[in-house]
Ligand binder design. Structure first.
Ligand code: NAD
Ligand code: TYD
Length: 335
């Protein structure tokens, strides 16, 4: 039986990954999920598996070395999703990004080194490369992160690599493009715009709306991580993406059409500071190993939009209190 320590497993991708593992491997895996339950951590994401005999939730912080000394030793595989993950928040308050994304990764790497973990997956991001107007970044391209979020992720990415080079820790680093799917906190573009449209609220488009992201369905990302746990070479970096590049205006149009809502909901707001124009990764390296995404953009977007339409219970309670306060303070607007 393989033992996994999943960090940040109550967040968007981590919770989908836990569902992925349990659905695929059933009782062949044992999973411990350690999550600090920040505003983005949500145990509703794991309600259906909370009582599974081979799953355990631990409320804790990856910066807590004593706790990591307890949780890391039994694990064969550590998958580090835990992070502060929203660029806008990193612009307003970078502190927690440095603490969790860099120092937290360091604490985990130290424990993994001490206790001889067999695989350490550092979930990095395509944002570490920075923006690219033409072509796509390869794993060997230089890193030029431009937000406090992406800079903190780049720090952890290179720190993980250093633990491979210096201590021989079997580290694999993944750099995935923008994810979408169920259980994404409604501060990110797709869940924010879908839930706002469902509530007939405005969709705030930054700048000219022509920034480009490569959108990958979250279950394809989970599948790629699982694939790399078995097939990824130690010390290597792998880009993950699905080649579905869309402008923010394209995404907005799809959401409005799917939900039958008017274009008048679109509102133009001042651009994000340091807004990266385009992200694009070359995925030839992971494809050469035999992985490719299993979902089409059109079908997965339709099912994602449907999920938010059918699961108001999940997101309505998130868009209150602290959430609204954050937007008022940072963007001087209500949502
Ligand atoms: P998320 O914000 O939805 O989830 C992050 C989770 O980490 C939350 O459950 C939060 O409570 C937890 N957490 C935060 N600080 C912690 C700490 N100190 N100790 C323990 N848990 C802590 O983020 P996500 O979108 O699921 O992203 C997961 C990972 O994937 C992140 O590392 C992110 O950088 C990376 N990533 C995300 C995307 C994307 O499109 N969302 C793309 C590429 C890479
Ligand atoms: P986001 O989901 O925050 O992901 P990231 O910045 O990490 O790529 O944003 C995706 C794109 O959508 C990005 O170009 C910024 C833009 N955006 C808006 O135009 N309005 C919004 O309210 C948000 C949250 C994002």
């Amino acid at each position: 039986m393989k033992q996994y320590l999943v960090t940040g497993g109550a967040g968007f991708i981590g919770s989908n990954f836990i569902h992925y593992l349990l659905a695929k491997y059933g009782s062949e895996v044992r999973i411990v999920n350690v999550d600090k339950l920040t505003y983005a951590g949500n145990l509703d994401n794991l309600k259906d598996v909370a009582n599974a005999p081979n799953y355990r939730f631990v409320h804790g912080d990856i910066c807590d070395a004593r706790l990591m000394d307890e949780l890391v030793p039994p694990a064969d595989v550590v998958v580090n999703f835990a992070a502060e993950s929203h660029v806008d928040r990193s612009i307003g308050a970078p502190d927690d990004f440095i603490k969790t994304d860099i120092y937290g990764a360091f604490v985990l790497l130290e424990a993994a080194r001490k206790y001889g973990v067999k695989k350490f997956i550092q979930i990095s991001t395509d944002e570490v490369y920075g923006s690219i107007l033409d072509g796509s970044f390869k794993e060997s391209d230089r890193l030029e992160p431009s937000s406090p979020y992406s800079a903190s992720k780049a720090g952890a990415d290179r720190l993980a690599f250093s633990y491979f080079v210096t201590y021989g820790l079997p580290v694999v680093i993944t750099r995935c493009s923008n994810n979408y799917g169920p259980c994404q906190f409604p501060e990110k573009l797709i869940p924010l715009f879908v839930t706002n449209a469902l509530e007939d609220k405005s969709l705030p488009i930054y700048g000219d709306g022509k920034n480009v992201r490569d959108w990958i369905y979250v279950m394809d990302h989970c599948d790629a991580i699982d694939f790399l746990i078995s097939h990824g070479d130690d010390g290597q970096v792998y880009n993950i993406g699905s080649g579905n590049e869309r402008t923010n205006l394209d995404i907005t149009g799809i959401i409005l059409r799917e939900l039958g809502k008017p274009e008048s909901l679109m509102t133009w707001v001042p651009d994000r500071l340091g807004h990266d124009r385009r992200y694009s990764v070359d995925t030839a390296k992971i494809r050469a190993l035999g992985w490719k995404p299993g979902h089409t953009f059109e079908e997965a977007m339709t099912s994602t939009i449907r999920w938010y339409r059918e699961n108001k219970w999940w997101w309505e309670k998130l868009k209150t209190g602290e959430y609204l306060e954050f937007y008022k303070q940072n963007y001087k607007r209500d949502l």
